[in-house]
Design a protein around this ligand. Structure first.
Ligand code: BGC
Length: 276
C-alpha cells in the first residue's frame, strides 16, 4: 500500500525540487556520474500533453535532468511503451518504477482515460507492462494521487487538485491516500464538467480571467465537499492562478508529481510492485 500515516514525514520529506545540473554527462546518460547509494526510483509522469521521466535518489533528488517528450495523440498503450523505451535510453539505471497515469487505475490496471484518446486503456495492465519493459518492480497510480503524495504535509484533510490538460483530484487524511476521487468528469456548472470548465482546452478558450472566476467557484464547492484543511493546486496551469488565497490554499510546483514517486514506495511491500 502506498502512503499510510506519514508521521515521519517532517524529518524524511524528500528534498523538494532541486534539479541536477545540466552536465554533458547527464545528457549522455550519466555514464560517468557517480550514483549515491540507496534505492533509485524511475518516476514517470504520463500527462495529456507531455511524457516526463526522471530518476530520483532515495531523498527525492533528481539524479538527472527530466526527459520530456510530447504525448502523441492518440496514445494507445503500445505507443506509450515505445516512447518510454526511447526515453529510458537517455537515463541512468534505477531499482524500481513509479508511474502517474492520467486516468483511473485499480491494482495497476488502467480502467479509463479520457486524455490519451484510446479505448485500449480500458482494462490495460500497465503495471505489469512497465515492470516487464524495465525489468524492475513497478507501481502505477493515478497522476493526481502521485502528485499529491509529493505535495502533502500529512496533517488533516488535504485535497490536491491538478490543473493541466485534465483536472486531477486526490484526497488525503493524515497522510493516508483516500480511495481515488475523480472530480474531473462530474457536472460543475452550465451543464459542463469540472474538466470541461477548467481543463486546458477551457483555459485556452475563455482566457485567464474567466478561468480564474470558474476556479474560485470550484474551490467553494471543493470546500463544501471535503472540508479540506489544506488545498494544493498543481499541474501546468497552476501558474495561471491569479486568485488570492489564505493559508489553507497553496500552489505547488509541477515536479511534485515526480517526488510523489518516492512516497509511493514508502510503505510498499515489494510484492505490491510487479517483479519480472
Ligand atoms: C482524469 C483524471 C486525471 C486528470 C489529470 C482527468 O481527465 O480523469 O484521472 O487525474 O485528468 O490528468
Amino acid at each position: 500500500m502506498p502512503a499510510t500515516k506519514r508521521t515521519s514525514k517532517k524529518t524524511t520529506k524528500p528534498k523538494t525540487t532541486k534539479k541536477a545540473p545540466a552536465t554533458s554527462s547527464a545528457k549522455a546518460g550519466q555514464k560517468s556520474r557517480k550514483m549515491p547509494p540507496g534505492k533509485k526510483t524511475l518516476a514517470f509522469d504520463i500527462g495529456g500533453s507531455g511524457l516526463k521521466v526522471t530518476v530520483l535518489d532515495e531523498n527525492g533528488e533528481m539524479l538527472t535532468e527530466r526527459v520530456r517528450v510530447d504525448t502523441p495523440h492518440p496514445c494507445p498503450p503500445g505507443l506509450l511503451l515505445d516512447k518510454l523505451r526511447e526515453m529510458l535510453a537517455k537515463l541512468p539505471s534505477f531499482d524500481r518504477v513509479s508511474v502517474g497515469f492520467p486516468g483511473v487505475v485499480r491494482h495497476g490496471k488502467t480502467l479509463s482515460c479520457v486524455n490519451l484518446g484510446s479505448d485500449e486503456w480500458n482494462g490495460f495492465d500497465l503495471q505489469t507492462a512497465i515492470a516487464t519493459l524495465t525489468g524492475r518492480p513497478a507501481l502505477v497510480i493515478n497522476d493526481a494521487d502521485m502528485q499529491g503524495l509529493g505535495a502533502i504535509k500529512g496533517n488533516g484533510v488535504e485535497l490536491v487538485i491538478t490543473l493541466g490538460t485534465g483536472v486531477g483530484s486526490a484526497l488525503f487524511e493524515d497522510g493516508r491516500l483516500a480511495p481515488h476521487i475523480e472530480l474531473a468528469h462530474i457536472p460543475f456548472r452550465k451543464g459542463e464538467t469540472y474538466e470541461e470548465q477548467l481543463g486546458n482546452r477551457a483555459f485556452k478558450k475563455v482566457g485567464k480571467r474567466e478561468w480564474n472566476k470558474r476556479l474560485e467557484k470550484a474551490i467553494e464547492y471543493f470546500r463544501i465537499l471535503t472540508n479540506f484543511d489544506k488545498l494544493y493546486l498543481g499541474g501546468g496551469n497552476a501558474e495561471n492562478v491569479t486568485l488570492k488565497f489564505g493559508p489553507d490554499v497553496e500552489i505547488v510546483c509541477n515536479t511534485m508529481g515526480m517526488l510523489g514517486g518516492i512516497w509511493l514506495w514508502k510503505d510498499a511491500n515489494l510484492d505490491d510492485g510487479v517483479q519480472k
